[in-house]
Design a protein around this ligand. Structure first.
Ligand code: NAD
Length: 476
């Protein structure tokens, strides 16, 4: 077996979709309508850089408009192509449906290696790309709302928002044209960490159910579990950081572009991240063994494998050798359809991408709502909440005084109880709730239907059902 015989990313997504719809009772026309990508726009534009005109190719694909606006990130990578953008747009449709974010699916990409350009050049390129998309309503608060993805972040989103605002000077909702912006440009607290935080919440929910753990042959909790992460970028870094610092997991391997770090005692994620920022890779990091061929570390023994870099990394070539009993797909499409078949047969549990990395779009949804309502979450109720809690504290204080040494309030209780929730706490709470509820909807299907043997099929069943319901409601 070799990778050449594997389907493309989009075909892989379609194969997984087909496996799920075969278990449903949808009219064939509706099935086809949901599967196909509605439209993909290709743009080639020139930017004058370093004394010459350079041409760039970009895409924005709209997979499904059963709900609008459509939503999905913009990726900057040299490998971006139409097939990939369409696969990612389809995943966005299913992802939004699964976590009940009221959007259709879209995705964009620019064929560029951002590391080859300085900040000013990237700004020129991004603004020009945004201009091309905005003039066709492919960036628009009510029609199409991008977000960050691989190779892009807050900085690019701020340029896009500003470009849109310049072109639509009277649009009071202009800031809602893109999410993942910095806080001072209309962003929301907790968006940068959101996808990694969602991966943490997903794993916590998995470890709440002994049946799920049993499927992977795992027991106990996240504490002490050995984790290997591929890609210490936005998603991988936050997931690894929170899992190690807050849940006691041991990050025993980190795989990056230039190789991998391995340390059975657990790596200091923050220190590795700082090292990458400073040196551009993991090579030379002092407290670990460096493995030049990083990809082989995917095959190392561990409890949880978190691919958080790119698609297709677990494929027909290496699937048989993957030892991790639990894989959580923080990246989009890291396991090909062929590898998925092999792993399922081996009994590996896979928490699928459309759910596992939905934290980003969930908090993007909160940001979009914040932009449309023009007010920060918690602003109206925070002090009122504090005032009501003060009443309870006053009563408890009376009791405390009355009972003397026999009883007193626990240390710190007053401070903790009095504090009204700020935006970050509200965002994390909304994200936690979303990740729990959507996991539970997959779990219910997984455990209640004999013909559903994996979480990915369960996730597709839940989401396709929701998309179909909204098409039906439109009379289609
Ligand atoms: P990023 O650009 O911040 O990070 C990607 C990381 O992967 C970088 O550290 C890069 O050096 C590393 N990498 C690249 N090629 C590699 C290779 N061959 N081997 C090992 N490491 C490699 O990107 P991100 O935003 O963290 O996105 C990662 C994945 O998560 C993508 O699949 C993306 O679609 C998905 N995702 C991201 C978000 C988000 O909010 N950013 C949301 C949902 C899904």
């Amino acid at each position: 077996m070799n990778r050449a015989s594997e389907p493309s990313f989009r075909e892989s997504v379609d194969l997984m979709f087909n496996r799920a719809v075969a278990l449903m009772d949808l009219p064939p026309g509706l099935e086809e309508k949901i599967r196909v990508c509605n439209a993909t726009y290709t743009v080639r534009f020139g930017v004058r850089l370093r004394g010459e005109m350079r041409t760039f190719t970009g895409y924005r694909s709209v997979h499904s408009e059963h709900m609008e606006p459509v939503k999905g990130g913009i990726r900057y990578a040299p490998s971006v192509n139409q097939d990939e953008v369409e696969a990612l747009a389809a995943l966005m449709t299913y992802k939004c449906a699964l976590v009940e974010a009221p959007f259709g699916g879209s995705k964009g990409g620019l064929c560029i290696d951002p590391r080859q350009y300085d900040e000013h050049e990237l700004e020129q390129i991004t603004r020009r790309f945004a201009y091309e998309l905005a003039k066709r309503d492919l960036i628009n608060p009510s029609q199409n709302v991008p977000a960050p993805d691989m190779g892009t972040g807050e900085r690019e989103m701020a340029w896009i928002a500003d470009q849109y605002a310049r072109m639509n000077t009277t649009d009071i909702n202009a800031r809602a044209c893109v999410t993942g912006k910095p806080l001072n440009a209309g962003g929301i607290s907790g968006r940068v960490e959101a996808t990694g935080r969602g991966v943490q919440f997903a794993l916590r929910e998995f470890f709440r159910d002994s049946r799920d753990m049993a499927q992977a042959g795992l027991t106990g909790s996240l504490d002490g579990k050995r984790v290997i992460v591929q890609g210490l970028g936005n998603v991988g870094f936050h997931a690894a950081k929170f899992l190690s610092e807050e849940d006691g997991a041991l990050i025993v391997g980190v795989i990056e572009r230039d190789g991998a770090l391995v340390n059975d005692e657990g790596l200091d994620v923050e220190a590795v991240h700082q090292w990458i920022v400073k040196h551009g890779g993991v090579s030379g990091f002092p407290d670990a063994t460096f493995v030049e061929n990083g990809a082989v570390v995917l095959e190392e023994d561990c409890d949880i494998l978190i691919p958080a870099a790119l698609e297709g990394v677990i494929n027909l070539d290496n699937a048989e050798r993957i030892k991790a009993p639990l894989i959580i797909e923080a990246a989009n499409g890291p396991v090909t359809a062929g590898a998925d078949d092999i792993l399922r047969k081996k009994g590996t549990v896979i928490i699928p991408d459309m759910y596992a990395n939905a934290g980003g779009v969930t908090v993007s949804y909160f940001e979009w709502v914040k932009n449309l309502s023009h007010i920060r979450f918690g602003r109206m109720q925070r002090r009122q909440e504090e005032a009501r809690h003060q009443l309870v504290i006053d009563e408890l204080q009376r009791l405390d005084d009355y009972l003397g040494d026999a009883w007193s309030m626990s240390p710190n209780f007053k401070d903790k109880y009095l504090r009204g929730a700020d935006e970050l706490e509200l965002v994390r709470s909304g994200l936690d709730d979303t990740m729990r509820i959507s996991y539970q909807s997959m779990r219910e299907v997984w455990h209640s239907r004999a013909d559903v043997t994996d979480l990915r099929t369960a996730a597709y069943l839940v989401s396709i059902d929701k998309v179909a319901a909204s098409y039906r409601a439109k009379g289609l």
